[in-house]
Design a protein around this ligand. Structure first.
Ligand code: GNR
Ligand code: NI
Length: 186
């Protein structure tokens, strides 16, 4: 297992559209294992392969308190979205330090495969509905800040660029320090 580097907005690679998975092999299982270790290390509730610069349709989620309820979604697709919407506060491991309200369909149904290729369908509401939509957006090259006003998007880019240059300076001073990481809640 390995902890992978999480891409941070603004980074063009976050806007690539991921390809469907066709082989449910050891390589896929290693990707899922590495993504799992990376998500837990970063205190995230979800992670899309896009965020670790792998442009394949793989998502993991763990919304449990105990971090012991991992769900793997390969080739996830929404098969139904509710007409009613809900507003929720979102954060993203690829947009550290930025949290804002996003409006999305309140309930969805998702069709996906597990790591062995077995198909399943899942009805999602509340935080699960928010999280799976957030992750499928990543696979389609979309980051939640793009749902905010253009002013907020510009502010987010400015804040993160500043943060990245500060981190670069800190690394020059101490090349061995580990990056700061905050939990992203949900
Ligand atoms: O850890 C995460 N928390 C979160 C909070 C509100 C809405 C969505 C999320 S997903 C995020 C992890 C992440 O960036 N996944 O892509
Ligand atoms: Ni995210």
């Amino acid at each position: 297992m390995a902890i992978l580097t999480i891409l941070e907005y603004p980074d063009r690679r976050l806007h690539k559209v991921a390809r469907p998975v066709t082989a449910f092999d050891d390589r896929l299982h290693k990707l899922v294992a590495d993504m799992t270790e990376t998500m837990y290390a970063a205190n995230g509730v979800g992670l899309a392969a896009t965020q670790v610069d792998v442009h394949e349709r793989v998502v993991i989620l763990d919304l449990s308190e105990t971090r012991g309820d991992l769900r793997v979604f390969v080739n996830p697709a929404l098969t139904w979205i509710s007409p009613e919407t809900a507003e929720g506060e979102e954060g993203c491991l690829s947009v550290p330090g930025i949290f804002d309200k996003v409006t999305r369909p309140a309930k969805v149904r998702v069709h996906a495969q597990d790591a062995h290729g077995n198909a399943f369908e899942l009805a999602c509401e509340d935080r699960l509905a928010v999280a799976i939509q957030h992750e499928i957006d990543h696979l389609d090259g979309k980051v939640f800040v793009e749902k905010l006003s253009l002013l907020k998007q510009a502010r987010a880019r400015a804040k993160l660029r500043k943060r990245h240059t500060e981190e670069q300076r800190e690394r020059q001073r101490d090349p061995h320090r580990v990056a700061r990481r905050e939990p992203t809640g949900l």
